[in-house]
Write a protein that binds this ligand. Structure first.
Ligand code: NAG
Ligand code: NAG
Ligand code: FE2
Ligand code: FE2
Length: 730
């Protein structure tokens, strides 16, 4: 919603001026002056139309906002360190569903929004996204013209303002990519992997494809340094300290939304895909920031990067749209058109959640319906017929409509439109503070000494006041979400206690490993040259081997779930290792973008595992539960899955295990007469994967080597995994 409060105020006041009652004091003011006033205000700040309304909140409002801010900050911290705060998970899910509900409520207020597309149709979706992009581009062209004619900067005026703007955005920029952080796991149902792998490619690009200097969060961190903003790491306690002064509640909220939506990839996949489709679209702020920061000699690379990488032809916008279409086609093929239509609803929900943060709106939609609304509508209608001839030529958009369009007898004669007007009005601070008419500027202006004094009679004013006082902030009801998608919450709180790592996510267990794997401290360092070797010509016990094969893919997955945690050389090396294990092509200097989506066959370790099962004459597995049993054969596999959920606590142990498995890959690739059912092609794949794994591990081991305690944990990981792998060949 584009909404210019200054302009609305002046325009409405002039409008009401014309429908004033005879005794109005306005008669002493010459008409022209008022128009000059409007003109002036519009010219001074043309750009502000895109920004939210800064209100000076009253004290009670301030306290609730502060509480919320604290709440978001704490949650931000916990979500960055999830393995130490697993108890936040049920709350996180509830919070996410409330956000969905809010996104739906706000999305419904918008004319021409995606929610209006009640029936899924691929062509319309493509056109819609294209249209959204064109709209921004055209608006940008107009902006450029204004600038060429010598117009002022419209987003950031002074260098100081720019710096503050950038610093305040750190909480959300530091989670760039977070909405996809948990996508494409070993536990992802295999049938969905062809979809989630493409989304993971988007994530991989957000993380720089393994190159720290291209990692988006890192680019923003560099930007912070370059403007001398020495803010703490995003995952630290200090970062969420109120004394730091990062206190834009909308930004924290948007950061929380990005972190939350990623957290339940198996439960909310369509929502994630929809969120991604909106999030990857170009935004007005990005376009303007890229240009205006450069003018001020501030490093604009973060924003330039997002203009090029998110482009709608081959970049993230195109990828995101294509992924949604692929997914819905997939659902339709597997489960029928009905299922695809309901999946579409959920895509819409995700999209609306992201959109909610771009199109600035007030926090909560008020029920502007109360016993006074009918009378108030009647009053506005009466005013509108008097002021009918007046079209103040304003370009103000107010809930998607020009002001004079609202106050037009025909518009207001429709009850739905009149309701809409009240709804929009009621959420327009400082005009109207719900439940507090005395704070509301509209009332003040209509009173004695106000600019619009006389436009309303005393009785009419009373109706307005009563109406405002009766406007109650509505809580966002989670049911809004369930009703919209036509389902009900399948998940009760108790269910969080008995989750299965093979099918659910996230499942964090604080226990380390199921039993003592003969722990004798040993700090001898294995290098990538001295990886364990395995006798793969010995007969293999597939019942033992297959579970650990499928589970070992999870070992390093936890390291890349939160963008800020990937701002290290080691984590970037892990991104590169995962790319190899998932079957992505070797990193090049460019970005793969749509190219990666064009590849149909993408052979990673899971796909190789599935091939082995097929070749061994076993039933084709649908997911980890079909491969990993509860019995002794599944024990080590489950341990690996559990450990992988706590990458900080088990860092070196996990790396050690990953090294042992690279040793296995090496051994398999070197032994064409091995006993595993592996085709020559898959052996070749494994060879390539092992090579890239070694290159990445080399980088990780440099760090591990330096510290004795880390070496001990690392060696233990190697030893445990080695013993378990060896036990499969004898
Ligand atoms: C691993 O996770 C499962 C739940 O998925 C749990 O039952 C088991 O106790 C965990 N094992 C360890 C060693 O933590
Ligand atoms: C080694 O592992 C133990 C157990 O998980 C952990 O408590 C310890 O902090 C680790 N040591 C290092 C240096 O990471
Ligand atoms: Fe990004
Ligand atoms: Fe992106």
């Amino acid at each position: 919603m584009t909404f210019n409060i200054v302009f609305v105020l002046t325009a409405l006041s002039s409008l009401l001026y014309f429908c004033r009652r005879p005794q109005s004091l306005y008669k002493y003011l010459p008409r022209r002056e008022i128009f000059q006033d409007i003109q002036h205000k519009r010219d001074v700040k043309p750009s502000k139309s895109d920004r939210g309304i800064k209100s000076s909140p009253q004290s009670t409002q301030a306290t609730t906002d502060d509480n919320k801010l604290d709440h978001y900050r704490l949650m931000y911290y916990k979500l960055h360190n999830l393995e130490f705060y697993p108890s936040v998970i049920p709350n996180a899910r509830a919070e996410l569903i409330s956000l969905f509900a809010e996104g739906i409520q706000k999305g419904k207020l918008k004319d021409g929004g995606l929610l209006e597309m009640s029936h899924y149709d691929p062509e319309s979706v493509k056109q819609f996204i294209q249209k959204e992009n064109n709209r921004i581009r055209q608006r940008y062209e107009k902006y450029i013209k204004r600038r060429e004619k010598g117009g002022p900067r419209e987003l950031l005026t002074t260098t100081e303002e720019a710096k503050t703007w950038l610093i305040q955005r750190a909480p959300s920029k530091y989670v760039d990519g977070a909405w996809l952080g948990h996508i494409h796991r070993a536990s992802t149902p295999f049938v969905l992997r062809s979809i989630t792998k493409n989304v993971w490619q988007v994530l991989s690009e957000e993380l720089g494809d393994g190159d720290l200097s291209k990692n988006h969060a890192e680019v923003y961190r560099k930007l912070m340094h370059s403007i001398d903003a020495h803010i703490p790491d995003a995952d630290s306690r200090e970062f969420v300290s109120p004394t730091l002064g990062l206190n834009d509640i909308g930004i924290w909220k948007s950061a929380i939304a990005q972190l939350l939506i990623s957290l339940f990839p198996h439960d909310f996949l369509p929502e994630i895909l929809g969120f991604n489709m909106h999030f990857e679209c170009l935004t007005w702020d990005t376009l303007l920031a890229a240009k205006e920061l450069r003018e001020m000699n501030i490093d604009a690379s973060y924003f330039l990067l997002h203009i090029s990488i998110d482009n709608s032809d081959s970049g993230h916008t195109a990828m995101a749209t294509r992924i949604v279409l692929d997914y819905l086609q997939h659902v339709s093929k597997l489960e029928g058109d009905q299922a695809a239509q309901s999946a579409w609803r959920r895509v819409q929900v995700g999209y609306s959640l992201s959109a909610m943060f771009i199109e600035k709106q007030e926090d909560i939609i008020p029920p502007s319906q109360n016993i006074y609304s009918t009378e108030l509508k009647r009053i506005f209608r009466a005013k509108s017929t008097v002021s009918d001839k007046l079209h103040c030529g304003s370009k103000v958009r107010f809930g998607g409509k020009l002001l004079h369009e609202w106050l037009n007898p025909e518009t207001l004669s429709s009850d739905a439109e009149a309701d809409r007007f009240l709804r929009v009005l009621s959420s327009s601070k400082p005009w109207v503070y719900m439940e507090d008419s005395s704070k509301s500027r509209l009332v003040k202006e209509l009173k004695w000494n106000g600019k619009m004094f006389g436009a309303f009679t005393e009785d009419e004013l009373l109706v307005l006041e009563h109406w405002i006082d009766a406007c109650k902030q509505s809580a966002v009801e989670p049911a809004t979400y369930w009703n919209f998608i036509g389902g009900k919450d399948p998940c009760s709180r108790d269910e969080f206690c008995n989750l299965d790592t093979r099918v659910h996510y996230p499942v964090i267990s604080s226990q380390r490993i199921s039993e003592d794997y003969e722990n004798t401290p040993d700090s001898t360092m294995i290098t990538t040259q001295t990886l364990p070797r395995f006798l793969t010509r010995q007969p293999v016990n597939l019942d033992k081997f297959l579970p650990i094969w499928f589970a070992h893919i999870s070992l390093l997955e936890g390291f890349v779930s939160v963008p800020f945690k990937t701002c290290t050389t080691m984590a970037c090396a892990i991104v590169a290792i995962l790319r190899a294990q998932y079957g992505f092509r070797k990193e090049t200097d460019g970005v793969a973008g749509m190219d990666e989506l064009q590849r149909t066959r993408c052979t990673g370790l899971i796909e190789i595992g599935i091939d082995m099962m097929r070749d061994a004459g076993k039933p084709i597995p649908q997911g980890l539960r079909d491969v990993i049993s509860d019995g002794p054969d599944g024990r080590f596999a489950l341990d690996m899955l559990n450990l992988s959920m706590s990458p900080a606590r088990n860092c070196d142990l996990l790396l050690g295990m990953a090294c042992a498995f690279t040793g296995l890959h090496d051994s398999l690739a070197a032994e064409p007469d091995g006993t595993l059912p592996l085709s020559g092609e898959n052996l070749g794949m494994i060879r390539c994967i092992a090579e890239r794994e070694r290159a990445g591990l080399e980088i990780c081991l440099r760090e591990v080597k330096r510290c004795r305690d880390r070496r001990v944990n690392f060696s233990e990981g190697v030893r445990i995994a080695k013993r378990e792998i060896e036990a499969c060949f004898q």
